[in-house]
Design a binder for this molecule. Structure first.
Ligand SMILES: O=C(O)CCC(=O)C(=O)O
Ligand SMILES: [Fe+2]
Length: 308
């Protein structure tokens, strides 16, 4: 298209180029529009979509049996559910079977294997997302994430029809030593005002298998985020008045799961598990992000490389 205009209508081409009409792709259907139009338009469109999502969430009927869980989410910032609260017994069994089969098939590679055989970055060697290379599991998790009751709970909690931001099935090898890497340090997932995550394992989660750990809402709310936007350790948490002793480990039996607002609750992933760890993490979020682009860049850079 560009070269056609350039060869057939050189004057028009240079006019368009001068107006910057050839650079910013937006609606491919309409061709290209400049940033000066694109940016305000995208804000209007986003507002419009958020309003529609809010209406959608408002119109949804809350399954009565989940009303109490919604209340818990609002007061504690997290809640524990049975898988069968969200899907049918058959669907629950089916999902757990598929996850444990995928886990067995994947095996229990070491940190070195993750780095050298599976190409995981050294600074991320504490986990690998099995769903990233197993499309069957990925689509099962997407199906589960879309189940009407889970969506209803997320929509009522977030106040709008949620985006399913990600689904993953992470594996972490046993951790020796005490060094903390990335999400093993305390942090908030602060990109949005709220972010509701599902944590679900096909196995029992005990202290030995590395539970996700969080600080309930009453101890997280209003606390300054030390070392923002990077991670922080227990000593830094205590110095900031975050009562580390009040932390909650998300322990569960097979068939149970947690939902937690990781944007409001300080939390970390497993630290010192002696057993291999398999965990589904599904993230629901509102459409709006509160990071300005510079801050977003900063968070990304620091969170990838930060270690202590
Ligand atoms: O590994 C985990 O349990 C939690 C990781 C984490 O920080 C998150 O999913 O937000
Ligand atoms: Fe997190």
């Amino acid at each position: 298209m560009k070269s056609f205009i350039r060869s057939r209508f050189p004057a028009l081409f240079s006019l368009l180029r001068n107006l910057n009409l050839l650079n910013q792709a937006y609606f491919s259907k309409y061709g290209r529009i400049p940033g000066a139009i694109n940016y305000p338009l995208s804000i209007v469109l986003q507002r419009h979509e958020i309003a529609a999502r809010k209406k959608g969430a408002h119109a949804l009927l809350m399954p009565p049996e989940l009303a109490e869980k919604l209340q818990e989410l609002r007061t504690e910032g997290f809640c524990k559910l049975n898988l069968s609260d969200v899907v049918t017994d058959v669907e629950a069994t089916n999902l757990l079977d598929s996850l444990s089969c995928a886990a067995v098939e994947f095996g229990t590679p070491t940190h070195d294997d993750l780095v050298h055989k599976l190409g995981v970055r050294k600074t991320k060697s504490y986990f690998y997302d099995i769903a990233s290379s197993n499309s069957g599991i990925k689509s099962k998790l997407e199906g589960f994430a879309r189940s009407p009751k889970a969506i209803a709970l997320a929509a009522k909690y977030l106040g709008q029809m949620p985006l399913i931001e990600s689904v993953s099935f992470i594996y972490s090898p046993p951790i020796e030593g005490t060094q903390l890497i990335a999400a093993q340090g305390w942090h908030l997932d602060r990109e949005q005002k709220s972010k509701l995550k599902i944590f679900l394992s096909p196995y029992e989660v005990s202290v030995a298998s590395g539970p996700t750990t969080l600080m309930p809402l009453r101890h997280s709310l209003g606390k300054k985020y030390p070392n923002f936007p990077a991670y922080f350790d227990d000593a830094e948490a205590m110095a900031a008045g975050i009562p580390v002793d009040e932390k909650v480990q998300l322990l569960n039996d097979v068939g149970e799961l947690y939902m937690a607002d990781t944007s409001k609750l300080f939390h970390y992933g497993a630290r010192h598990q002696t057993m291999p760890r398999f965990l589904v993490i599904i993230s629901y979020c509102p459409l709006e992000s509160r990071l300005r682009s510079q801050l977003r860049k900063e968070v990304k850079e620091k969170s990838i490389d930060y270690r202590w």
